[in-house]
Design a protein around this ligand. Structure first.
Ligand code: PLP
Length: 430
């Protein structure tokens, strides 16, 4: 349960901000109780308005891979702030960030910076449509690609949590430009292309689904998407807003060895400040204005503070031991989760790729949206509340991914182990 200051702030906020929150996933609607108001964070820990401390596994929904207030990132932002926070004109730092990203993901031969993951996806799909002269986009059920109208169709956790898989306010005509297939189902993609192939501009996919909980791609799935899109002349767009620089420095495309035509990034490349990026083959990106006719722009695109934070974060990740450390910490957490669940005979599926993981309260492995939906959300809520009471801040929905950062040290993990003992104990007695 939230403390008195959080409760008072929430009561006030609800008078001024819809639901009291500026993004619905923060509302705790899926797990009951009120959101916790945060006043500070350092390393792996959050401090709330009532001075309670929590080990954080939300990490601002992904960006904080270097930990909160990492000295390198704070230093870079501070230095840049003294030089001005926005110019509306190009800077050397934009070039440096673009080069860092391109060296990590060689398929991104040219890229455009913007201000959010949503914008990155909208830009990438506009380019795919502009370059191909086709209108349709194929997406997988349960994947989330930001808040654009035509993508809010079976769009993962935020929408699933609210029980409104298709948002109100989206014209049917927009939604009709999106074809839906189950995640991890190659046959469904083949069938959609057999029927509509000459009209499909792009397949967009989270190469590791993270927005219905963490679901790895089935063996060969991403290669099959590559093959089908090439055969039909459609663009393969990897939405690596979550997975980029998270599961490997080169993202999921490096991990699985599949090169998309276009990649969307966000979260980590902004180091906790608002950034997005999309890019790909030069001949495709040549369609973007002012080089080509596909318009896309933004007042704060490539913002100096955000690029400084992004560059500093990528530098923290480019040291050789960064990803082995993340892997070791996340593997340790996975083991603890399995052990503590097993001790009290609570059936769970711990699904993990690198430092992203989900504990599904489910008897069977989760492969797609329909198997995710068979999870015991009531049990998850109870578990979540118990974790919170014991100082662990886990994503407040069964259908979200938890993130481990470089700042999760022995102290944070031991604290988590104790909290998990209590939380699994509590749900086993339910
Ligand atoms: N794509 C994916 C895979 C995401 O996880 C998200 C956000 O969680 C987005 C796109 C949208 O990014 P943003 O919230 O920065 O607009």
């Amino acid at each position: 349960m939230s403390g008195p200051k959080s409760r008072a702030l929430f009561a006030q906020s609800q008078l001024h901000i819809p639901g009291g929150v500026n993004s619905p996933v923060r509302a705790f609607a899926a797990v009951g109780g009120d959101p916790i108001f945060i006043k500070a964070a350092k390393g792996a820990w959050l401090i709330d308005a009532d001075d309670r401390r929590y080990v954080d596994y939300v990490g601002s929904w992904g960006p904080m891979i270097a930990g909160h207030a990492a000295p390198e990132v704070v230093g870079a932002i501070t230095e840049q702030a003294k030089l001005g926070s926005s110019y509306g004109a190009p800077t050397e730092a934009e070039l440096v960030l673009a080069q860092l990203i391109e060296s990590a993901m060689p398929g991104m031969e040219m890229l455009r910076l913007c201000s959010s993951g949503t914008e990155a996806v909208m830009g990438a799909l506009r380019v795919a449509r502009g370059a191909s002269g086709r209108d349709l986009v194929l997406k997988a059920e349960g994947c989330y690609h930001g808040g654009a109208d035509y993508l809010l169709v079976k769009a993962g956790s935020g929408a699933m949590t609210l029980g409104t898989p298709n948002s109100a306010g989206v014209p049917e005509a927009f939604a009709r430009s999106t074809l839906l297939v189950p995640f991890n189902d190659v046959g469904a993609v083949e069938a959609a292309f057999a029927k509509h192939g000459s009209h499909i501009a792009a397949i967009i996919i989270e190469p590791i689904a993270g927005n219905m909980g963490c679901i790895p791609p089935a063996h060969g799935y991403l290669h099959a998407l590559r093959d089908i899109s090439t055969r039909y002349g459609a663009h393969l767009v990897f939405d690596e807003v979550m997975t980029g620089f998270r599961v490997a420095y080169g993202g999921a495309q490096a991990l699985y060895g599949v090169q998309p035509d276009l990649t969307c990034l966000g979260k980590i490349v902004g180091g906790g400040l608002p950034v997005g990026a999309y890019g790909g083959r030069k001949d495709v990106m040549a369609h973007v204005a002012p080089l080509g006719p596909v318009y896309q722009a933004g007042t704060l695109s490539g913002n100096p503070l955000a690029t400084a934070a992004g560059i500093a974060t990528l530098r923290c990740l480019s040291v050789p031991e960064a990803y082995s450390k993340l892997e070791a910490r996340a593997a340790e957490l996975e083991l603890i989760l399995r052990e503590e669940a097993q001790k009290v005979l609570v059936p769970v599926q711990v699904q993990r790729v690198g430092s992203m993981l989900t504990v599904f309260f489910n008897d069977s492995p989760v492969l797609d949206w329909s198997s995710a939906m068979r999870s015991d959300t009531a049990r998850f809520s109870h578990w979540h509340q118990a974790l919170l009471a014991h100082g662990v801040y886990w994503p407040p929905s069964q259908f979200e991914t938890a993130f481990v950062s470089l700042a999760h040290d022995d102290d944070a993990i031991e604290h988590t182990r104790d909290a998990l003992k209590s939380a699994f104990g509590a749900v086993s007695r339910q």
